[in-house]
Design a protein around this ligand. Structure first.
Ligand SMILES: *[C@@H]1O[C@H](CO)[C@@H](O)[C@H](O)[C@H]1NC(C)=O
Ligand SMILES: *[C@@H]1O[C@H](CO)[C@@H](O)[C@H](O)[C@H]1NC(C)=O
Ligand SMILES: *[C@@H]1O[C@H](CO)[C@@H](O)[C@H](O)[C@H]1NC(C)=O
Ligand SMILES: *[C@@H]1O[C@H](CO)[C@@H](O)[C@H](O)[C@H]1NC(C)=O
Ligand SMILES: *[C@@H]1O[C@H](CO)[C@@H](O)[C@H](O)[C@H]1NC(C)=O
Length: 635
């Protein structure tokens, strides 16, 4: 009855007091609750997006990890999703597989294991998720397709989960199918069966990390498939879902979202979707691609992470607005909390959600992001209007007796360009369970009974600096022993430390390209393997490298300068490339595709190259012209 009266008053106010518009919103659990909240997460990989993070020196590396994972500090993420490296290019680089070959197993390659452990160290409750983008070539038996031998693919994925536990004490809780590619029902069922057979029935399957369809309708039609799948994960859903997905009664996740340049508009995108993925689409988890922008900014989708840490050589990093926008939810609601059914849109634009732990705690998150200040990279955002408004919230049910709420506010202040993020305001005293907010445009509020919120901070990092003008590496393995040399970002193939104890000379420690078969790719990897390092704008550059051609019959080696592209565009990379092939010929090209040829000849040996043995390759690129210097055969 009281509710009806309030509604009538609200209508009355709307009509007759238009100039000071106000609306009443009821927050109530009496009529039941909404869906269970599963968390907010970040995605490392897809691909190689955390590549440079591992090379930061302490304490900066730990500081960055604190801003991402430490509870009650920064983003305080609930979930970490990682790529299961497949030796292939997956957007900003390649990540190594735990099985380069069918008789090979190694659970210490790359940095995702390390990252998961660092996350877990800070938040033992963090939810861990794995997903393949690509697979080593042997999984597909040479075909660019992982489902012809579904038992092999399932065994390969399950080994990764078992290895995580055995070697790193990491419990992977969710596993996906094949990122943004076709799924195969037979494979999903077999994956479920293989997990169960290996004692991994606790590991839940997400399908299909692409669109709502066709997976949602398939689940409705195929009960066995439905038993195998626990979560429908959609990518970039634009905050909406489809009827079939709702009908499945499965958890609905935005299992990859955001992917937006992390300036203030990026923060606005993140604020809007974190709320509206639930309000419009009933999604109970949202995962940001990517976790942290730790890759060269010239690679595709530069700075599309929750924060930026792409300068291990300087120690500089930037805690961007999405970190604090995340904190508005993550610090005040945990996985296992439940959304109230009384969530929705604000009358003059924006949205509100409310969550409870079922023990009397309440967290309300409100956003009033305007259209132009909350555009995400995709999908297109239909027009809408947001204006300042007065909002009256009335707590009912088990929240009616709450007397005080903590208040946290972010104001983007696009006009003054002086934003303030995650600011703790004076707690609100409630009168009869009611509070009023004067909401401006582009704001985010959290109102909560939780008192542990904190805007964590570390001393400022060192200033930003360019990649060092002089850089050397002798490939002595560092500690902790990562498989990759600092700052090298593999773009096709995988380069790993290789210790050749039988080498009598100076080449005991080397970096070796180890992929010998084209993987089941996710994008168009180049036909040549390549790893990039440094700043592509350099002029007057000298590159020197001791190189060794392992095969006397096929292939070859190149060094290059001013390589302008990587990631999924790596095939079309331009620069200055100097190639020597196993047949003894050489070429100088402007491209990685070996089409734009500047010079070529029969005798690579003219530059000191022999078909076998170590050679020093030297490339000088001065201005825009390459100048080749004679290389020397190593003594
Ligand atoms: C982990 O979850 C348990 C149970 O929900 C909780 O008691 C504990 O405080 C959590 N730990 C952290 C570090 O959040
Ligand atoms: C809220 O959460 C805190 C800490 O988790 C707990 O101690 C308290 O009992 C909960 N309930 C209320 C009504 O604050
Ligand atoms: C937004 O407001 C403008 C100006 O009042 C109006 O012309 C437009 O139709 C509105 N757009 C929407 C989507 O409501
Ligand atoms: C290791 O060193 C030995 C001795 O120089 C050499 O014969 C062999 O080819 C090297 N192996 C690799 C993989 O470089
Ligand atoms: C590169 O060298 C040329 C000629 O020696 C010089 O004119 C130019 O300024 C140099 N560029 C840089 C960036 O040092």
């Amino acid at each position: 009855m009281a509710q009806t009266v309030l509604a009538v008053i609200a209508v009355y106010l709307n009509i007759f007091v238009g100039f000071c518009f106000s609306q009443i919103y009821i927050l109530d659990d009496a009529g039941g609750l909404g869906r269970v909240f599963d968390g907010i997460g970040g995605l490392s990989g897809g691909g190689a997006t955390s590549r440079l993070l591992v090379n930061y020196e302490e304490p900066y590396r730990s500081h960055i990890l604190d801003y991402l994972f430490k509870p009650n500090f920064g983003a305080s993420l609930h979930m970490l999703k990682v790529e299961i490296g497949g030796d292939a290019q997956t957007t900003d680089g390649t990540e190594p597989s735990h099985m380069h070959y069918d008789n090979d197993e190694n659970y210490f390659r790359g940095y995702e294991w390390w990252l998961m452990k660092e996350a877990k160290k800070r938040n033992p409750n963090i939810t861990l998720i794995g997903l393949p983008w690509a697979f080593p070539g042997w999984v597909g038996h040479g075909k660019n397709w992982p489902y012809d031998f579904p038992d092999i693919t399932a065994a390969y994925v399950v080994k990764w989960i078992l290895g995580a536990k055995q070697y790193h004490d990491l419990e992977i809780q969710y596993i996906g199918i094949w990122n943004e590619r076709s799924y195969d029902s037979k494979y999903i069922k077999l994956l479920r069966y293989t997990l169960d057979k290996n004692g991994l029935d606790r590991v839940r399957i997400i399908a299909s990390d692409y669109l709502w369809e066709p997976i949602a309708p398939s689940l409705l039609l195929d009960p066995e498939l439905s038993r195998a799948v626990d979560v429908i994960g959609a990518h970039y859903p634009g905050t909406t879902t489809v009827t079939e997905a709702l009908k499945t009664n499965k958890k609905l996740w935005s299992s990859e979202d955001y992917s937006t340049f992390n300036d203030e508009v990026g923060g606005g995108c993140w604020a809007r979707i974190l709320n509206q993925n639930y309000v419009n689409g009933h999604m109970t988890a949202t995962i940001s691609w990517n976790l942290v922008a730790s890759y060269y900014e010239e690679l595709p989708f530069g700075r599309d992470g929750l924060m930026t840490a792409k300068e291990p050589w300087s120690g500089s990093y930037v805690v961007e607005s999405p970190i604090w926008i995340t904190a508005h939810t993550t610090q005040f609601a945990q996985p296992g909390w439940t959304y109230l059914d009384t969530v929705g849109h604000l009358a003059k634009g924006g949205s509100f959600v409310a969550l409870t732990d079922g023990r009397g705690n309440l967290t309300v998150v409100i956003e009033t992001m305007t259209h132009d200040h909350s555009v995400c990279i995709r999908p297109p955002l239909p027009p809408f209007n947001v204006t300042s408004q007065k909002a009256i919230f009335q707590l009912k049910g088990s929240f009616a007796s709450i007397k005080e709420l903590q208040v946290w506010r972010s104001q983007f202040n696009f006009k003054t360009k002086q934003p303030s993020f995650f600011e703790k305001l004076t707690p609100l005293k409630l009168l009869d369970g009611s509070f009023t907010l004067n909401l401006a445009e582009d704001e985010v509020y959290t109102l909560t009974t939780i008192t542990t919120g904190r805007k964590g901070s570390h001393p400022d990092p060192p200033p930003s600096a360019c990649f060092p003008k002089v850089y050397k590496d002798d490939f002595h393995v560092r500690t902790p022993p990562f498989s990759e040399a600092p700052n090298f970002a593999d773009q096709t193939g995988v380069f790993e430390y290789y210790i050749n104890l039988t080498d009598p000379g100076p080449h005991i420690f080397t970096l070796r390209q180890v992929v010998t078969q084209r993987p089941v790719t996710w994008t168009s990897d180049a036909d040549q393997t390549i790893s990039v390092i440094g700043d592509y704008q350099w002029q007057n550059l000298t590159v020197t490298c001791d190189v060794y051609m392992e095969s006397a019959k096929t292939g070859g080696v190149f060094i290059a300068a001013r390589v302008d592209k990587g990631g999924q565009s790596v095939r079309t990379a331009k620069g200055v490339f100097f190639w020597v092939f196993a047949d003894g010929t050489y070429k100088v090209t402007n491209d990685l595709d070996i089409k734009d040829i500047l010079d070529s000849g029969l005798e690579g040996s003219r530059f000191g190259f022999l078909r076998r043995g170590w050679t020093i390759a030297l490339l000088k690129a001065s201005g825009t012209e390459p100048v080749l210097k004679h290389s020397q055969k190593h003594p």
